[in-house]
Design a binder for this molecule. Structure first.
Ligand code: ADP
Ligand code: ASP
Ligand code: MG
Length: 437
């Protein structure tokens, strides 16, 4: 069985939804994971923000505007007759529900419920569309088998345990449809896998059912060798190892959700990144294979804060780093980059909710300096053979840019640089010119 995930643009209009059958072969065993129609989750985020601020009127007018769009969407998707009536019922059910939520007490719990409506709508409408053209499919409720624990970690065995019996009960069906992004948390409440999380759903499902392959269908022909939104002339990469892809996704390549490679990697499920608008293009294959001696791609992640802890007591003091790390651990704040000297250590984080408390505790060790608005630029490829001189080339190409931290040697497949976000565009272009052109 394969997992095919289609992102927001791939289901972004009734026309696009209809065209999915150019790619989906209903005769093949597969689970199709759909995102919300593009723009929907952003609108739902806006609606929730208004409701959290108790601005009910603005929320209701945003709900109305989105409702209008869906009224037009179903007419174009389902044209006429009983299936159009079903589609209209689905739309009015979900928007009626949003209005009810808007008229009641609104907390972060309801916010998650609001955000879930996008994927619930797209999958239900697509399921009705398939029925309307005589293609049989089974709509799987992701909330019955996608689950995260108290640390927001997905529970793959739970998915296996709860999904397998549903699939077995539909032995005669080949085509299954389900929602990306949404799940339940350890309290059983509706939750999600964070923005862009449908990729993660696809990879988790791939792992849970030991799929033959996971395909991520999007609006570009695979992982490019730099951020195409910033650098001109980027090119698709034919093959990436799991490690390389994980590094790129984690450090900002938006085509993949930051965590989405890990389940596929752990269960060794190959992942293909493919273009819905150009289905014949080769795309990118992510697998356990790694190509030797090549720099593959450059990515950048914004919103980084660097923290430097300087301490004379660190001199020769074993156990110092452990004490520093324990503070971050207590506040559930992951560290992305780290560099050390004899008397100081610098780390970077991007989860800032507990920054003040962390800094307060770090003061016990010495002076603490904080730099905000930083970006990590990550160059990924095979750096194992020193003879390539890649590290020197990387540093040389950004010699005109102030670098706050450099991380090299932590793995064989990346160099990471911390720079001011205001220098990011120049850094990406300059590295691209020097490495790929
Ligand atoms: P989807 O809605 O299908 O999940 P996304 O917008 O999340 O699509 O991801 C695809 C987008 O990621 C592309 O349109 C592209 O602008 C952006 N992107 C950023 N970095 C890269 C990269 N290195 N390679 C390919 N796409 C990238
Ligand atoms: N719809 C969700 C989002 O926009 C999930 C996804 O598209 O992957 O973040
Ligand atoms: Mg995405």
């Amino acid at each position: 069985m394969k997992i095919l995930k289609f992102g927001g643009t791939s289901v972004g209009s009734p026309e696009r939804m209809k065209k999915l059958l150019d790619i989906i072969d209903p005769a093949e065993e597969q689970i199709v994971v759909l995102s919300a129609v593009s723009g929907t989750t952003n609108s739902l985020v806006e609606i929730s923000a208004k409701l959290l601020k108790e601005d009910k009127q603005s929320a209701l007018s945003l709900i109305n505007a989105l409702h209008e769009k869906y009224n037009e969407f179903v007419i174009e998707l389902l044209s006429e007759g009983k299936f159009l009536e079903q589609g209209k019922e689905v739309v009015s059910y979900h928007f009626g529900f949003l209005e009810t939520l808007a008229n009641d007490i609104f907390t972060p719990v309801e916010e998650k419920v609001v955000l879930a409506q996008g994927e619930l709508l797209s999958t239900t409408l697509y399921h009705i569309y398939l029925k309307s053209i005589g293609v049989s499919s089974v709509l799987l409720p992701a909330l019955d088998f996608m689950k995260i624990d108290e640390d927001n970690e997905p529970d793959i065995p739970f998915t296996t345990e709860h999904l397998m019996p549903i699939l077995a009960a539909h032995k005669d069906n080949k085509l299954f449809i389900t929602q990306g992004f949404i799940c339940r948390n350890s309290f059983g409440e509706v939750d999600n896998l964070r923005r862009g999380g449908s990729d993660y759903t696809a990879s988790l499902l791939g792992a849970a059912i030991m799929a033959e392959e996971v395909q991520i269908w999007t609006d570009i022909d695979g992982m490019h060798n730099n951020d195409p939104r910033i650098v001109k002339g980027t090119k698709p990469i034919a093959q990436l190892s799991f490690d390389e892809a994980a590094e790129l996704a984690y450090f900002g390549a938006k085509i993949l959700h930051p965590q989405s490679v890990f389940p596929a990697q752990k269960y060794r499920i190959p992942v293909r990144l493919l273009n819905t608008m150009e289905p014949q293009a080769a795309g990118t294959l992510i697998s356990a294979e790694s190509e030797k001696g090549k720099i593959k791609s450059i990515a950048a992640k914004d919103g980084i804060t660097a923290i430097k802890i300087q301490s004379s007591r660190m001199l020769l003091a074993y156990g110092f780093l452990r004490k520093v790390f324990e503070i971050f651990e207590r506040y559930k704040t992951p560290i992305d980059m780290i560099t050390t000297s004899e008397v100081a250590v610098s780390v970077t984080i991007d989860y800032l909710d507990n920054l003040d408390k962390i800094i307060e505790e770090l003061h016990a060790f010495g002076s603490v300096e904080v730099d905000k608005d930083q970006s990590i630029v990550c160059v990924v490829g095979d750096f194992s053979a020193e003879k390539h001189g890649y590290a020197a080339r990387v540093l040389d190409s950004i010699k005109h840019i102030p670098v706050r931290m450099i991380s090299y040697g932590g793995s064989n497949y990346n160099i990471s640089l911390l720079i001011n976000t205001s220098d990011k565009t120049e850094a990406l272009k300059s590295l691209h010119g020097r490495i790929f052109e």
